[in-house]
Design a protein around this ligand. Structure first.
Ligand code: AHM
Ligand code: MG
Length: 336
């Protein structure tokens, strides 16, 4: 039927967030404005990532191209875009980016109440070969009108108001939680809008996929080694699990969220705190997992209960389907 060829009632991400915010009469729309600026940053990064191979934009930072302009590495460029988008929203006071050693304190005239922690372009080893990469972010709010300090972001992940990621993959996908479940949006490039395509995402309770860098196995601790051994050689009559590992956290976590299973970045003898960063990798992904009905564990505690002492602190993490994380927790409990 010709009339059915076009959906005319599209739930854009802006409309979705405005709907959610209207449940809170005290909300002044600040969150929607902030989110719009994050979405703008993601659209910009999506567009440069798509053109990267063509524009020869991938090069060493500081190299110059034929026009004599400075070429920037994609991760450096993405960081600049996000910092500018967030500051210009007028709604932020502290920014923590993986790319910047120090936190950015927004000048008082452009200051708002939100703190944003983010990794502007994660999965750097996959940039040059066109494999999926992504942006990860988490949002906190300062409590009162005091002068913002680092303590405002050195908060446990359970205090985040919202978290999400954008995956630059075969399509551009934005996954968001504002603390009332998880929703997924897909960029319609012809409209330039993210459309709600995956409402109320729930992770399957059990999963058949495990995702870990097995090249580190010789340095793993007992529980991680035992868990992975069980995935391959189950003793309880269940079938063995499949291994999938991209090496881009956003892509590995996105698959885990949709298909179920577990993603592990454990501690090992060489990196006793694992590799992933607490504030802008472990926390946002753990927040999304819990909101989708899964779990996230550090090997010692619920990941969202961690209180980071430094902005670039690392932590081991095991996240995914409820039952898989239960198994890991039992193996660590048995060690004690
Ligand atoms: P990056 O921030 O330097 O890109 O590193 C983070 C990435 C994650 O996306 C991914 O989960 C992990 O590093 C993969 O690490 P490894 O190559 O050690 O398996
Ligand atoms: Mg990273």
């Amino acid at each position: 039927h010709a009339a059915d060829a076009h959906r005319t009632d599209l739930m854009t991400i802006t409309r979705h967030v405005l709907n959610e915010q209207s449940k809170y009469p005290e909300s002044r729309g600040d969150f929607s404005i902030l989110l719009n600026h994050i979405v703008l940053g993601c659209k910009f990064v999506c567009s440069v990532v798509n053109k990267a191979g063509l524009a020869k934009i991938i090069g060493l930072a500081g190299e110059t191209n034929v026009q004599g302009e400075e070429q920037k590495k994609l991760d450096v460029l993405s960081n600049e875009v996000f910092v500018k988008a967030l500051v210009s929203s007028g709604r932020t006071c502290i920014l923590v980016s993986e790319e910047d050693e120090e936190a950015t304190f927004v000048e008082p005239s452009r200051r708002g109440r939100y703190c944003v922690v983010f990794d502007p372009l994660d999965g750097s080893s996959n940039i040059d070969c066109g494999v999926s990469i992504g942006t990860i972010f988490g949002i906190y709010m300062v409590k009162d009108d005091h002068e913002p300090t680092l303590d405002d972001v050195l908060q446990p992940g359970k205090n985040m108001l919202a978290a999400g990621y954008c995956m630059y993959g075969s399509s551009c996908t934005f996954v968001l939680s504002t603390g009332t479940g998880v929703n997924g949006f897909t960029l319609d490039p012809s409209l330039g809008e993210f459309i709600l395509t995956h409402p109320n995402i729930k992770i399957p309770k059990k999963g058949k996929i495990y995702s870990v860098n097995e090249g580190n196995a010789k340095n793993w601790d007992g529980p991680t080694a035992k868990y992975v051994e069980k995935c391959k050689f189950p003793q309880d009559g269940s079938s063995s699990k499949s291994l999938r590992y991209i090496g881009s956290m956003v892509a590995d976590v996105h698959r885990t969220l949709l298909y179920g299973g577990i993603f592990l970045y454990p501690a090992d003898k060489k990196s006793p705190n694992g590799k992933l960063r607490v504030l802008y990798e472990v926390f946002p992904m753990s927040f999304l997992m819990e909101q989708a009905g899964g779990q996230a564990f550090t090997g010692k505690q619920r990941a969202l209960d961690l209180v980071p002492a430094k902005i670039h602190e690392r932590s081991p993490v095991f996240l995914g389907s409820y039952d898989e994380v239960e198994e890991i927790k039992a193996l660590y409990a048995a060690e004690e």
